[in-house]
Design a protein around this ligand. Structure first.
Ligand code: UD1
Length: 426
């Protein structure tokens, strides 16, 4: 298995191109199931999760063509002319929870779907009950048998008012996609507002869907008989941008993040600013460097968008480990998202966890150590800590990183980081 060797202490300086967003590309890929015409997606990042979704779509009979790469990322032609299977098997779903995103589109177009329940994961139980309840309200007959969600809607889905009791990102996306082909009007109340949902909605509109309220927590969808071909470019990955912003701050470097957008990261950038980091809008993105020589600890609480993203919690914790003073980091979205804490502690961090809050007391220096993580964002937080640490950090279980960061070592290496991937000794 591969490992990442990181020798910390070099300020990172240069430009980094931000890739297309993983969490936008995944639902966008499944949107192809809604039409028998070609959906062309550009700026698709090359990631293990994207390959996993392409694999799953292939098993439903989707033809995926790699168009000549234009600009950044891949351009894919997705052709769901015939759906040869409406089953998403456990072997594929268990590897990637986002596979649940085929449920809404398959049910809406093929009027049936059998999708494995994703099960729990390292950061929490992560149920999909809200996806199921919403689709039932839209007329689906759903049973759970032998670990599978069996959904049938022989007459097609119909519009309904869906009030989400908690904000769910993929839940909103699943039901939004299903509603585009349902009979009549669907209203989603307390819908998630993450920028990736706006991106999906804009693509669906380009495919002929009628959606009001894009960008708000109330989406109104008028169902159509069919959707058609469209071309759409995936938005830039705000979580990747935020991760590299922290790389600049934690190494006392100066990075230009090409394609990063302030409006997608407002709350996160407020935290950076209070910590003593200067973020300026430049022509094609954001420039990030320290304003003060010493960073200051800042309290952070994760919340649904536009609040502080849970997907940047582990990374900001790495930053607070070397800030002056204390920072209370509270996780409100997932119940078990502090798996990086004991690993950061191995690098000399001073962190105490009390329930859903972690008290981080800044230390002068982190020290390199062998570390590993159990999820994607936790992994990258350890890489960030390694970039700031004295000595060498050896990061294992890189498959987590490869799920969500495109060419991480290449991008960081080009800005001066001493980081390389090696085959681990057996
Ligand atoms: C998505 C993101 C993930 C991010 C998360 C929160 C993708 C592919 N993944 O995950 O990177 O960390 O949003 O921003 O976009 N819940 C229920 N019942 C449900 C659905 C959710 O109780 O049916 C709960 C979850 O357990 C969690 C909370 O709602 O506590 C939010 O989860 P949700 O927004 O659904 O996360 P995902 O869509 O899985």
């Amino acid at each position: 298995m591969d490992q990442m060797l990181i020798r910390g202490g070099t300020p990172l300086v240069g430009k980094i191109q931000i890739s297309g967003a993983k969490n936008a590309a995944l639902p966008l890929l499944t949107a192809c199931l809604l039409t028998d015409e070609t959906l062309t997606l550009s700026n698709v990042p090359q990631l293990a999760d994207i390959a996993g979704m392409a694999n799953l779509l292939g098993q439903h009979g989707i033809e995926i063509g790699l168009n000549a790469a234009s600009g950044n990322g891949h351009t894919l032609d997705l052709k769901a002319y015939n759906l040869t299977s409406t089953t998403a098997p456990y072997e594929l779903v268990r590897k990637m929870r986002a596979s649940i995103l085929v449920l809404g589109p398959l049910l809406a177009r093929a009027r049936q779907a059998k999708v494995s329940l994703p099960g729990g994961c390292a950061i929490g139980t992560r149920p999909v009950d809200l996806h199921i309840k919403a689709l039932q309200k839209m007329g689906a007959d759903i049973t759970i048998e032998e670990g599978y969600i069996n959904a049938m809607a022989p007459q097609g889905l119909h519009g309904a008012e869906i009030v989400f009791p908690v904000v769910t990102v993929t839940g909103t996306e699943n039901v939004l996609m299903a509603a585009t082909l349902a009979k009549g009007e669907t209203v989603l109340v307390n819908a998630a507002r993450e920028p990736e949902i706006g991106d999906l909605a804009r693509c669906l509109v380009a495919m002929g869907a009628e959606i009001d309220g894009i960008g708000t927590d109330r989406l109104t969808i008028q169902g159509k008989d069919r959707l058609h071909a469209a071309t759409h470019s995936v938005i830039a990955d705000r979580i990747e941008a935020g991760t590299f912003a922290i790389a600049a701050a934690i190494t006392n470097g100066d990075l230009e993040l090409v394609g990063a957008r302030k409006d997608c990261l407002k709350n996160f950038l407020d935290v950076l600013s209070r910590a003593g980091v200067l973020v300026e809008e430049v022509e094609n993105g954001l420039r990030v460097r320290r304003q003060e020589p010493q960073l200051t600890g800042v309290d952070v609480m994760t919340e649904p968008f536009p609040g502080f993203p849970t997907d940047l919690q582990a990374q900001v914790m790495a930053l607070m480990c070397v800030a002056e003073g204390a920072a209370m980091i509270t996780e409100t979205i997932f119940e078990n998202r502090f798996m990086h804490v004991p690993e950061l502690a191995r690098m000399g961090a001073n962190i105490t966890v009390h329930g859903s809050s972690a008290m981080v007391r800044g230390v002068k220096k982190l020290k390199g150590a062998p570390v590993m993580a159990t999820d994607l964002r936790a992994s990258v937080s350890l890489a960030l800590a390694g970039l700031a640490a004295e000595g060498e950090t050896v990061l294992s279980r890189l498959y987590h990183l490869d799920r969500g960061y495109e060419r991480l070592e290449e991008k960081l290496g080009a800005c001066g980081a001493d980081i390389r991937r090696v085959k681990a000794a057996a």
